[in-house]
Ligand binder design. Structure first.
Ligand code: CTP
Length: 417
């Protein structure tokens, strides 16, 4: 679905009293710019950090914190009943405790208590508070009730502390809200699973300034990591060249440059992975010789005009072979990607079917590319091909929505337990 084909969705942005409340301003703007109707419901403590005027200006709606404001409009019931999604960012430890207790003593908690739409809670607090048994028990309770509690990001907190507890970036939260609006529940049922994802393009150096490479933004791989991490998995991304993308909360990124470096990293991590997803655009060939100094026109004409290439390892096929050889657990699920164009011989889908058979992976996500499709775009679509011949059409959606579909297909494939 592209932006604004439908009437605006009604999204409530709840804000509780933490320093990260300022990031809620960016979230409101992101959702508004996508055409959604956004109302901000702060707690009274949140207004110690960001003024009501800011939220009113950004959302275009009045702001209230108490059930005793605008009583004639029965706001404490109506907002929750009419909402398509509620996102609370930041959610403090105290706010989550109040949600667990079913309190309704301010407009935000009353709204959540009434709502039947998806509720997304983005916690932000100091690491000690996040790791406290009381908070963790509250998070478990909220998740068991179907509330989507996002993983906090890891990094610099207020003051000099670092650790888990940061609010993810507004754009990341907005993407997850859209995934929930598209009907994905994001259950926290991948806890205990390890997921390895390759993303981005590899670069094969010819000399210190020139390289051969594949175009890839890395967005689909990072979106997969984001969804897997919020479903509780431990995620490692092996990233080649990508756009400047925020690290998904709860994921670790290992940077590589060339296909051979990517292959070595995958080899290192594959043994401990339950699910391996290869979304990287790996350069199939590399220059046979890599010059240590910049090649010069004139002096090095022959080296520049005709570059001898050698084939790179096929990381996906090699990983499948390692599984067949018993070096990886037989239960390891391996998913590949294929960016295809149709030609006079075969359609894009037929090329993908042949590729799935050739590579031997369990699932292959095929996108049809060309004429501005897919590369660097925030949306994607295609077919998901399973080794048993099933073909599932993946409708156009954000790369996060497509990621959620792919992980749902992994759920269908086999029990990983
Ligand atoms: N892949 C890989 N190692 C390579 C090439 C590709 O692991 N050297 C993986 C990609 O990450 C992707 C899948 O294989 O998951 C298909 O990539 P693609 O480039 O479409 O496959 P190729 O085998 O290179 O086929 P083509 O001839 O269509 O380029």
């Amino acid at each position: 679905m592209t932006k604004q084909q439908q009437s605006p969705r009604r999204i409530i942005v709840g804000v509780s009293g933490g320093i990260a409340a300022y990031k809620a301003c960016h979230l409101v703007r992101d959702l508004k710019e996508a055409g959604d109707d956004v109302r901000v419901v702060p707690t009274s403590n949140a207004l110690n950090f960001v003024g009501a005027a800011t939220f009113e200006a950004l959302s275009g709606h009045p702001v209230a914190t108490s059930v005793y404001e605008a009583v004639d409009q029965v706001q404490h019931v109506r907002l929750g009943q009419e909402a398509d999604a509620i996102v609370i960012a930041p959610a403090t430890a105290d706010l989550m405790a109040r949600l667990v207790a079913g309190r309704a003593d301010d407009l935000l908690t009353a709204t959540v208590l009434v709502a039947t739409c998806p509720v997304i809670v983005a916690p932000a607090m100091h690491t000690e508070m996040w790791l406290n048994a009381a908070t963790q028990a509250n998070v478990d309770t909220l998740r068991s009730r179907g509330i989507i509690v996002l993983e906090p990001a890891h990094g610099r907190l207020t003051g000099t502390d670092t650790g888990p507890g940061r609010l993810p970036e507004a754009g990341q939260i907005a993407q997850l809200v859209r995934v929930a609006l598209a009907g994905h529940r994001l259950p926290h049922d991948w806890a205990g699973r390890t997921v390895l994802i390759t993303a981005g393009g590899t670069q094969e150096n010819l000399d210190p300034v020139r390289f051969l490479g594949n175009r890839s933004s890395g967005r689909q791989g990072f979106a997969l990591a984001e969804i897997a991490a919020h479903r509780g998995a431990q995620v490692t991304i092996i990233a080649g060249d990508t756009e400047d993308l925020p690290v998904p909360s709860g994921a670790v990124v290992e940077k590589v440059t060339s296909a051979r470096e990517m292959a070595a990293s995958v080899d290192k991590h594959a043994g401990s992975a339950d699910v391996i997803i290869m979304a990287a655009a790996v350069a199939d060939f590399r220059p046979k010789a890599q010059a240590g100094a910049k090649l010069k026109k004139g002096a090095d004409d022959s080296a520049l005009a005709s570059i001898e290439l050698v084939e790179n390892p096929d990381i996906l096929a090699t990983t499948v072979q390692r599984r067949s050889a018993g070096e990886l657990a037989a239960s390891t699920l391996i998913i590949g990607f294929a960016a295809e164009t149709g030609d006079e011989r075969l359609s894009a889908l037929e090329h993908a079917q042949a590729k799935l058979a050739r590579k031997g992976c369990d699932l292959l996500m095929c996108n049809e590319v060309g004429t501005g499709k897919v590369f660097g775009q925030s949306h994607n679509q295609g077919w998901l091909l399973a080794a048993d011949g099933r073909v599932t059409e993946i409708p156009e959606g954000s790369k996060h929505a497509v990621a959620a579909e792919i992980l749902a297909a992994v759920d269908d494939l086999a029990s990983l337990d």
